[in-house]
Design a protein around this ligand. Structure first.
Ligand code: FE2
Length: 326
């Protein structure tokens, strides 16, 4: 996975440590430097930087331009290969902010950068072979669902990261099953939106450490249906709606909400089920310890034929995934 590389100019040592930890949480390669001079040196290096965050836009930009020009003259190559000609500049007026406010604004910014990464990935999957009106419809759908995603991130911080990782894993499985770029792209979008129904589940239930009572389970089991209702307001794309509704169905028919079994579960939903379970196992959870990649793969294998479709598990194993995303 190509991580966004972010350079933050921040003179305060304590803030620098916080920024590094926060960047790791957001899944960014983040470096905090104490001055624009140091930033200029880092920008001269080979690996591309995607963002430069600074409270002094002009100064940072000048330094970066100098670095880019020098590098171009030296090697006849742009400063950044994987992004645009120059990193994107993010000027912030943080000098007068309290440390608390500063952290809040930086946290929001990092989340936005992670989203940008998701959108960039969406570009990668199959645009060239995908009918333009459909691409446009998906973009409109995601745009329309932005307020729901924001609400989602505020409700339970981990849900946003979970959604995007599930989309990523599902698309990887789709690629390994040699599905068309159209379906691979759809899997990514489906992963992104599959859990939106949790917006209607009480946060207390979502974050509860103790085991759930029957009433609480009922609410959890309802989230695929609620998700379908939320997404249905914005699209009539049956493939996407089915992914949302059926991602908790099991191959043996003991899933929810409709107890579908085997091939009656749409294939994209069977893929999401594997991606979803793998991510749940390899992420921090309130109710259970996080598993390593190998342990999670072993778990997926032990549920083959019962919870998961063996053909999809084969695709998952062949996807050459060797570690979970951060
Ligand atoms: Fe779910």
């Amino acid at each position: 996975m190509l991580k966004r590389r972010v350079l933050v100019v921040e003179p305060n040592g304590t803030m620098q440590a916080w920024i590094r930890a926060e960047g790791e949480r957001a899944g960014l390669m983040l470096e905090a430097v104490d001055s624009h001079e140091t930033a200029g040196i880092r920008l001269r290096e080979d690996a591309p930087w995607h963002y430069v965050v600074s409270s002094d836009r002009d100064n940072a930009r000048d330094k970066a331009r100098d670095a880019a020009r020098e590098k171009t003259e030296r090697e006849a190559a742009p400063v950044s290969g994987a992004c645009e000609d120059e990193p994107r500049y993010v000027p912030l007026a943080l000098e007068r902010c309290s440390p608390r406010e500063k952290k809040l604004r930086l946290r929001l910014l990092f989340k936005g950068m992670q989203r940008h990464d998701s959108e960039a990935r969406l570009e990668r999957w199959g645009d060239a072979e995908f009918p333009l009106p459909a691409v446009r419809r998906q973009r409109e759908l995601l745009r329309a669902l932005r307020p729901a995603f924001r609400e989602f991130a505020e409700k339970e911080e981990t849900l946003h990261g979970h959604s995007y990782r599930v989309g990523f894993y599902a698309a990887r499985i789709g690629e390994s099953l040699t599905m068309s770029p159209r379906v691979v792209r759809l899997l990514f979008v489906g992963g992104w939106i599959h859990d939106l129904g949790k917006l209607r589940v009480d946060t207390r239930i979502l974050t509860k450490r103790e085991s759930l009572n029957e009433q609480e389970w009922k609410s959890i089991r309802q989230h695929p249906v609620w998700g379908e209702e939320i997404v249905e307001d914005h699209t009539d794309d049956r493939e996407l709606l089915d992914m949302v509704r059926f991602h908790h169905e099991r191959f043996d028919g003991r899933g929810y909400p409709d107890n579908l079994a085997r091939e009656s579960i749409p294939i994209a939903a069977r893929i999401l089920a594997v991606a979803d379970a793998y991510d749940a196992m390899t992420s921090e959870r309130t109710y259970c310890a996080k598993l390593s990649h190998r342990e999670a793969v072993r778990e997926v294998l032990s549920c083959t034929g019962s919870q998961f479709d063996p053909a999809i598990v084969r695709g998952f194993l062949n996807s050459r995934l060797d570690r979970a995303l951060p």
